[in-house]
Structures are given as C-alpha cells and as structure tokens.
Design a protein around this ligand. Structure first.
Ligand SMILES: C[S@@+](CC[C@H](N)C(=O)[O-])C[C@H]1O[C@@H](n2cnc3c(N)ncnc32)[C@H](O)[C@@H]1O
Length: 240
C-alpha cells in the first residue's frame, strides 16, 4: 500500500516547503539516546528520514545508519549539503544511496521488506509516525513489525498537544495513541517531557500554544531469543 499523501510530500520537497527540517542535530536525541544501551556498531533504521542531520550524528556514534525517504530531492540534498559523494544503484523498488556508514533507500516506506533493510537493532523515529495521517499510523506500525526483528528497540520523539479537558497529569504522561500503537509489543518508557511554548501553526496571529515534547524509549517485550536463533541476515544494504 502507499500513503495517499505521497504526491504532497514530493511536492513539498520540490517547492522547498520543509519547515519540519531541523538545522541542527536534535537535542533530545543527543541527550537521551545513550539510555537505550545499544551494543557498539548497532544498526539504526531511520524511517521517513528526510535530510535529517540526526543521521550524521548517529553515524558519528559508530552506528550503521539506514534511512528511508520517499523524495529523491531530499536524498540528493542530504548528501550534497553534507559534502558526501554517495554511490547509487537500483535495489528492487528502491534506489540505494550510500556514503560511508550512511545508506538511504529512496522509495515508499510501505514497499519496503525485511530484505531491503537487512539487520536492524533500533529505530529512530522523529516526525515519521507523526508525519502520517492518523488513520495511516496503525498501518505504519504494523508495517514496522513486518520488516523488523522482534528484538528491535525504538527511540521515538513526539510533539503532543493536550486534548480538551485533559488533566495536566494525563497530558504529561505517555500518550494514549503511543500506548495503543506500541504497548502490545513494547515496554514504554517515557524518558523525558518538556513543555515548550511555540507559535500555533493553526492561527495566523502569532498566539503561542504549549506543546509537550516527549522522548520515548520502546523496549521489546520479547524477541531477543528469536534474533539470536535467526542468525545474521543479508540484504542489499548490508552487502557491498
Ligand atoms: C515530517 S518529515 C520528517 C523528516 C525527518 N524524519 C526529520 O526529522 O527531519 C516526513 C518525511 O517523510 C517522508 N515521507 C512521507 N511519506 C513517506 C513514505 N510513504 N515513504 C517514505 N517517506 C515518506 C517525507 O518526504 C518527509 O521527508
């Protein structure tokens, strides 16, 4: 399946309407990533990666990084703006761009299979789940389960707004949506919450609203054993 917003995203990149792109490495990533306690050289999947500089930081930590992005404009910009000369080749439905420790599969997330990604130890999700329409998010998570080993951890950053009438305690806790999507397979640790006043994008009058920036670490409830027994997998991304 394919997200109905694909054409819109492609157009955003062509029109350079990319306000979501951060000019600096995400500060919650650098502050809370170590708490995942990953083995040296773990492989990180970054779905819907855009041209995020967070991939550079992850590679600097010694990780192999596998991004996945729909727009070739974004992928080209990522390598050009970071002064890298990537190799490029067709792999199934994707174009695989690669330079050093960073590979980016260019194509539709919903077309990806396990073999495209290879072995993955952890997912870094910033504005991937939340970029999708609410009714597609369930399919995004179901697809993640299909293409990743059960032992895969997750680092999830969200920006959440309080629902009407919600108590402060509820607002500052794990969101009902994250619990509904992930609690069956993962233990959910809310590592950090920060209330930030920012301009309300739904209003043109500069009025600010308070949003909760949350850092989740999702630890699989089972699956470590399964990954051990499965042994190493190969993939287009792993193999040179
Ligand atoms: C809100 S942006 C976030 C990008 C990046 N995670 C970041 O932190 O800057 C969402 C990205 O997802 C990409 N995208 C949307 N739907 C996609 C799909 N079905 N497959 C692959 N990428 C997709 C868009 O092109 C866009 O770059």
């Amino acid at each position: 399946m394919s997200s109905r917003d694909n054409a819109l995203w492609q157009q955003c990149w062509r029109d350079r309407q990319t306000d979501f792109h951060q000019q600096e490495v995400n500060r919650f990533l650098t502050r809370f990533w170590q708490g995942l306690e990953l083995a040296q050289g773990s492989r990180v999947f970054v779905p819907l990666c855009g041209k995020s500089l967070d991939m550079i930081w992850l590679a600097q930590q010694g990780h192999e990084v596998v991004g996945l992005e729909l727009s070739p404009v974004a992928v080209r910009a990522f390598f050009r703006e970071n002064h890298m000369q990537p190799s490029r080749r067709k792999v199934g439905r994707f174009t695989l761009w690669r330079a050093g420790k960073i590979s980016i599969l260019c194509g539709d997330y919903f077309s990806a299979g396990r073999a495209d990604l290879g072995e993955i130890d952890v997912v870094y999700d910033r504005a991937a789940l939340t970029a999708l329409p609410e009714d597609i998010r369930r399919l995004y998570v179901a697809h993640l389960k299909l293409i990743l080993p059960a032992a895969c951890k997750m680092f999830l950053l969200t920006v959440e707004d309080a629902d009407k009438g919600e108590t402060r305690e509820v607002t500052l806790g794990p969101s009902a949506e994250v619990i509904a999507l992930y609690s069956e397979a993962f233990g959910i640790e809310l590592a950090h919450v920060e209330s930030i006043l920012e301009p309300d994008p739904d209003r043109g009058d500069g009025i600010a609203r308070c949003s909760e920036h949350k850092v989740y670490r999702l630890i699989p409830k089972q699956g470590c054993q399964e990954q051990h027994e499965a042994g190493p997998r190969t993939s287009a991304v792993c193999n040179n």
